[in-house]
Design a protein around this ligand. Structure first.
Ligand SMILES: *[C@@H]1O[C@H](CO)[C@@H](O)[C@H](O)[C@H]1NC(C)=O
Ligand SMILES: *[C@@H]1O[C@H](CO)[C@@H](O)[C@H](O)[C@H]1NC(C)=O
Length: 593
């Protein structure tokens, strides 16, 4: 996942779900009940109590109305025997050894992508992906003899496992081949060398062991295992693996998306499952949080141009001085984060409030009331925002990440610029952020006597050609603006979400020999970064960033992603294979996707 942080794949919570419709229909009933209760239970004498009653009645009614309905574990029926038999195989020591070989071998082929890479064909560093393809060919012989492989833009891998019923929309399992580079300065900090793929009896070590070779090799391992049992799909399964996800996917996923659109058309895919959220323990229960949205993105370049000159006769403010004031203005006015009921994170808390075992009583009550009370919603926000990671999931963020200006100690800087990185809230837009930033700097532009152009629009009131001390220009720094992703439907009638939920529960249970229906809670989730799916919106509304990764206890979140000592437990990896296998078989039987 693209996201330069260790918190990157943290609990990966949540999303807003249409599954939670406001209970308007019950409001009339509710009012009647309130009045009735007042008359029945009270009488005139206890009127003082009636203020409490509406709340009580609300609570009673709420108990019957789930805001986070859970689907049952879903296991294949038509291919039930095959699934059971594979389930048994996945639990054996010999399969574990096979899984270690598959993933360890993939880690041993470095596939780093660098921020400054040129196009395929020009930049020779891409050639590192050819040996990775050779590796896949050798490691997954059945996949390569059965599926149809197209190499898109040389290194993008598009495998099609043709189903017998062409009228069924395919499912797409996505992932990426590239890994973030290992910082040479930190190599000595690795317990086992970053490209060793070392297996210590419990964990497989190395760059990519989690992000995202566990997803890519996990899905390939599932297909290879299914092929070994002679399974032939009814519904087409597509595997789409980009090779520059960590640097925005313009060479890989962007071209894969075009190829897929050409093959299946707009909305021609049933569902897409890409890297993203996993499951973790929260409030005494285990909760899976498939990502159903993604924040948007905008890098704003703030540039000041001023007349140059010798610095022995300086103006009161140089371009650098003015730029500094603008940046201080930014930091003095951060975006306000506001939790709304449309927020994926809100849905996650609804699910926790309803299903998690150890949610404190007060918090549980606040969550329940937040559905209809603005005050409770604000209280909940206050509670949630105590965690800065959660706060950043909800609001638009800003960070001044680059700065440049001046060429010589005795010359006035003719240009000074900075780049402010924004991650845009799910309920906002690129346009809103542009408007916000333009407005923010207006006062200072005037004070400094600058002509002001923001995103191609003249902002300053200055008459054309009027004298000024220079100019201020805001622009999309790299042309990489990205709207927040469309929110994936999660309602009761959203078949893909229900299928995924049931699959998560079945995979979790079968891996542990459990049989309950709520051993794991499934909730809409909000991932903290962007994935290759940014290019896949036209293929389907049903996009999930989820790879069934066991993130364990809160204190033990995904270790080493984008930093030193990346490693995955082999048990976790085998469970990922179970998940993909169950997903493929369930999707194969689903008639309503
Ligand atoms: C699946 O296999 C595991 C062992 O790996 C076992 O505990 C579990 O009972 C099996 N589940 C089913 C449904 O067969
Ligand atoms: C703006 O700058 C120009 C050029 O230096 C100057 O002529 C003009 O008087 C300034 N206007 C104000 C309001 O400071």
């Amino acid at each position: 996942m693209e996201q330069p942080l260790s918190e990157k794949k943290s609990a990966g919570p949540l999303l807003p779900s249409p599954l939670v419709q406001h209970p308007k229909r019950t409001s009339a009933l509710r009012s009647s009940l309130r009045i009735l209760s007042v008359f029945l239970l009270c009488g005139y004498a206890c009127m003082t109590l009636t203020a409490q009653l509406p709340l009580l009645v609300d609570d009673l009614l709420d108990k019957h109305e789930s805001r986070c309905p859970q689907s049952d574990p879903l296991v294949p029926e038509r291919n039930g025997a095959l699934w059971k038999s594979l389930n048994a195989t996945f639990g054996t020591e010999s399969f574990k050894a096979q899984a270690v070989d598959w993933l360890g071998g993939a880690v041993r082929v470095p596939t780093e992508s660098f921020d400054d890479m040129g196009p395929v064909g020009e930049d020779r560093r891409w050639e590192a992906f050819a040996p990775f393809h050779d590796y896949l060919l050798a490691a997954f012989p059945l996949v390569h003899s059965t599926l149809q492989l197209t190499k898109v833009n040389t290194y993008g891998l598009l495998y099609v496992w043709q189903g017998s019923d062409a009228s069924l929309k395919p499912i797409v399992l996505a992932g990426h081949q590239d890994v973030v580079p290992v910082n040479p300065m930190t190599v000595y900090e690795w317990i086992h060398p970053p490209y060793s793929g070392h297996y210590d009896g419990r964990k497989i070590w190395g760059r990519g062991s989690l992000d995202d070779k566990s997803g890519l090799i996990g899905s390939l391992s599932s297909v290879e295992s299914l092929l070994a049992r002679g399974f032939a799909p009814t519904r087409t399964v597509v595997l789409a693996y980009g090779f520059d996800e960590e640097i925005s996917g313009t060479e890989g996923a962007q071209n894969l998306a075009a190829a897929l659109l050409g093959m299946y058309g707009k909305d021609g895919v049933a569902m897409i499952v890409d890297e993203g959220g996993g499951f973790a323990e929260e409030y005494g229960s285990v909760i899976a949080t498939p990502g159903i949205a993604e924040k948007g993105y905008l890098d704003v370049k703030v540039e000041i141009t001023t007349p140059g000159g010798h610095s022995s006769v300086p103006p009161k403010h140089t371009g650098i001085g003015m730029l500094s004031a603008l940046l201080v203005e930014y930091e003095g006015h951060p975006y306000k984060a506001k939790l709304t009921r449309q927020d994926p994170l809100y849905s996650t808390f609804l699910c926790l409030g309803e299903h998690a075992k150890e949610v404190p009583k007060d918090l549980r009550a606040t969550i329940r009331r937040s559905w209809s009370s603005k005050k409770a919603l604000r209280q909940l926000q206050e509670e949630i925002f105590k965690n800065p990671v959660y706060k950043s999931f909800v609001g638009t963020t800003q960070a001044v990440d680059l700065i440049q200006g001046g060429v010589k100690a005795n010359a006035l800087p003719e240009k000074a610029s900075a780049v402010v990185n924004h991650r845009i809230a799910v309920i906002s837009s690129v346009e809103e952020v542009k408007a916000h930033d333009s407005e923010l700097l207006k006062g200072l532009a005037e004070r400094f006597n600058l002509t002001y152009n923001a995103f191609g629009t003249k902002v300053s009131k200055k008459a054309e050609g009027a004298p000024s001390s220079g100019s201020l220009t805001l622009s999309d720094a790299f042309g990489t603006a990205l709207q927040p992703a469309p929110v994936t439907p999660t309602g009761k009638d959203a078949a893909p979400y229900q299928l995924l939920s049931g699959t998560i529960k079945a995979s979790y249970n079968s891996h542990r020999g459990l049989t309950g229906t709520n051993e794991i809670i499934v909730s809409p989730g909000m991932p903290s970064g962007n994935t290759d799916t940014r290019y896949y919106w036209d293929l389907t509304r049903h996009i999930f960033r989820y790879n069934h990764h066991n993130a364990g206890k809160k204190t033990n979140r995904l270790s080493g992603v984008h930093t030193v000592n990346e490693a995955i437990e082999v048990d976790t990896f085998v469970e990922i294979i179970r998940f993909f296998t169950t997903l493929i078989l369930n999707a194969d039987e689903a008639t309503t996707l």
